[in-house]
Design a protein around this ligand. Sequence first.
Ligand code: 13P
Ligand code: SF4
Length: 307
Amino acid sequence: MEYNFNELKTRVEKLKKEQNAVILAHYYVPDDVQALADYIGDSYGLAKLATQVDADEIIFCGVDFMGQSAKILNPTRRVFLPSAQASCPMAHMITADAIKEMRSRYDDLTVVCYVNSTAEIKALSDVCVTSSNALKIVKKLPGKNIFFIPDGNLGHYIKEQCPEKNVIPWKGYCLVHAAITIHDVEKARIAHPQAKLLAHPECPADILNEADYIGSTKGIIDAARTMPDQGFIIATECGVLCELHRQCPGKTFYTVHPNQICVNMKRVTADKVLDALVNHSNEVFVPEDIAAAALKPLQRMIELAES
Ligand code: 13P
Ligand code: SF4
């Protein structure tokens, strides 16, 4: 049967109203899912929104850690992930034992946890960060010794920007951003010599050194809109192109290579959004003790990011 977006959207709208549900979507999910959303944002914006929405049900169009954070921050709401298989591999690249081991080495260690992590790991951390606020938050922390988990590229970027701290980055990485190479960036630069390079801090250091702007998905979109330039090379997942084109009509965007695709984000499809509303499938549950412990670093992130 042919997929009819307008028909699906009408059903989604009706169910949303009947069930007092809201749809939040990350910039990396497919374009038609973004078109169903009430709010689209980066991981910080969506986490903050999850604390503010008045709806009984949150349909979180993103990967599992995002849905978990929404549930932890707003436990009285029911949170649903359209795809149970949409999981960020980086979130599983750090262990509780690695944190314990590092804590045993430093008395004053602050564990700074990128939100791309499991609830269990957040529960063992002192503060969470996203790519939009990591630098601001790390600079505000009182301690000198910072264990930055799990993303090594973001951790190294923060280390470089915060020489006053002893930032110890873990070695996790995003497969999508790690696959963007400086060689491909140089080729894109030659092909589009006037274009500015906008990069996500999950990219390798040699790309960040070349970038004209480094920031979160929302940061990249804001930079493209406000910079006077007309052409941009985008070093992050290709889902941002949807909002880039919407907010910057007339400007031109180039990817570094054609495979800047997060397969996990692309598992969130429009029919699964409908299914989540119809069948209440894939509800997010976080064990109470873990949720209580993980809430503290998430709330600390919001306090420090907003102050
Ligand atoms: P943002 O916080 O920039 O939205 O990034 C989330 C993410 O998963 C990047 O790969
Ligand atoms: Fe995780 Fe990378 Fe996908 Fe972001 S783009 S959700 S870090 S795998």
